[in-house]
Design a protein around this ligand. Sequence first.
Ligand code: 0GY
Length: 290
Amino acid sequence: MSPGYIPFHPNPSKPKFKPPAGAVDAHCHVFGPEAKFPFAPKRKYTPCDAPKETLFQRRNFLGFDKNVIVQATCHDIDNRALVDALVTSNDKVKGIAFVDESFTDDQLKELDRAGVKGVRFNFIKRLVDSTPRDTMQRIAARIAPLGWHIVIYFEHADLGKMGPFLKSLPTTLVFDHMACPNVREGVDGANFQRFLEFLDTNKDRFYTKVTCPERFTVAGPPYDDVAPFARTIVERFPDRVIWGTDWPHPNMPKEAPDDGVLVDMIPKIAPTAELQRKLLVDNPMQLYWS
Ligand code: 0GY
């Protein structure tokens, strides 16, 4: 493990909120185990092992039915741990892979058969060295015919320079972690409002993950200072939002979140049964299982 890396919570609390039947945790990761699936030489951090068995136990404990596993940078383009989780999941898991231009069409089709539904483009500088945009454009053109989408991890403070590029991508886009709101700026802050307008102008093909309050909170658990951001997005785009735990919570600076507390935030951001069903079942099922 990297010095100072904080492992996931050892025994999360049982949430009071009961997710609807068929609920999907649409953002989580598997890490290793390193002995079987080594981490990538070019990684920027080494996490603790977070194998599929632990992920699936936690899923059941929290009251969820399915997972979407997102390839993390510590495994780079080696998607073997992800594929292993997919093909042994009994169709309970779909995946987002990380690919480069060395992948052949046959390799992309093999990932598709395993249950991969998209690729991730990561723009967070502490996690990756930047990939040229024309490379991303070419990858996007090759995965679009498979019906895949692109998951974008970026900070909406960068929207000015990234907006035209994002709009030019040919697939559905799914934005990780509300595109990293700055809680101190408030819901009415210019950056968050600009991100909402950006979503508004592309409502047919832009989705947002209302995830990771623990990354943006100033006040700490139960993350009430982040709830208004997530609730604003859910209420404005009820058919274009998904939710996930982000287990095993890589690179937390102070403490690992209690996953039960994260689940108990759901009724605060999606206050009605209908919004909860869209957020946790209908929307992720449409994106990943249809
Ligand atoms: C996340 C967040 C992080 C890490 C990664 O790919 C990754 O390594 O995604 C992070 O450190 O913010 O999406 O869970």
